[in-house]
Design a binder for this molecule. Structure first.
Ligand SMILES: Cc1cc2nc3c(=O)[nH]c(=O)nc-3n(C[C@H](O)[C@H](O)[C@H](O)COP(=O)(O)O)c2cc1C
Length: 180
């Protein structure tokens, strides 16, 4: 059993690729801490088994959740995530959908917070071009916003920086790979 569970949904595969990148980069920093799930009706309740959660959801259909998360949304009400730290990441298209960029980060993040999870992994909204997002609170994304449509070249650095942030906010310093 690893301390971190990563649960993602994807319609066209990009979020899966980012989930794989997150695990790869996490392993560079602190190996074997993350178990990955493509979320479904069966494994959703497994979220309760982890102290630390990473959740990935792209925004679809103009400000809506990805299909699997959308279908599972009401089932989240049955979860008790009290005491868990949860970090959201989301994919979107800031130029195609500037009024709804990465809305899913906020929609799903608020839902998990209602179930008792403490949201961590917030990042600055500067450096992106969009006009509105439900994923932004007090000038920050409530997680990590990524845009594989327009600036995939920025994703690796954003992911690595975020992982170091999570190591601190999840308090995983004891698991760090020793520097030789
Ligand atoms: C029909 C359609 C609607 C979309 N709606 C939004 C949106 O409202 N907000 C946003 O930020 N991105 C939106 N996107 C962009 C997707 O989030 C983006 O392509 C993402 O990388 C898809 O991730 P996936 O491959 O994991 O499903 C939309 C894309 C399509 C094709």
């Amino acid at each position: 059993m690893t301390p971190i569970g990563l649960f993602y949904g994807t319609n066209t595969g990009f979020t899966m690729l980012v989930a794989e990148l997150i695990v790869k980069e996490f392993n560079e920093v602190a190996p074997n801490l993350v178990t990955v799930y493509e979320v479904d009706r069966e494994n959703l309740k497994q979220m309760q088994a982890y102290d630390y959660l990473i959740v990935g959801c792209p925004t679809w259909n103009v400000g809506q959740l990805q299909d699997d998360w959308d279908a599972l949304y009401t089932q989240i009400d049955d979860l008790d995530l009290t005491g868990k730290k949860l970090a959201m990441f989301g994919l979107g298209d800031q130029y195609g959908y500037p009024d709804n960029y990465c809305d899913a980060i906020g929609i799903l993040g608020e839902k998990f917070a209602e179930r008792g999870a403490e949201l961590v992994g917030f990042t600055p909204a500067e450096g992106y071009e969009f006009s509105h997002s439900l994923g932004v609170k007090d000038g920050q994304f409530m997680g990590l916003a990524l845009d594989e449509e327009n600036e995939s070249e920025k994703t690796p650095e954003r992911v690595v920086n975020w992982i170091w942030q999570l190591v601190e906010e999840f308090d995983l310093v004891e698991y760090l790979e020793p520097v030789v």
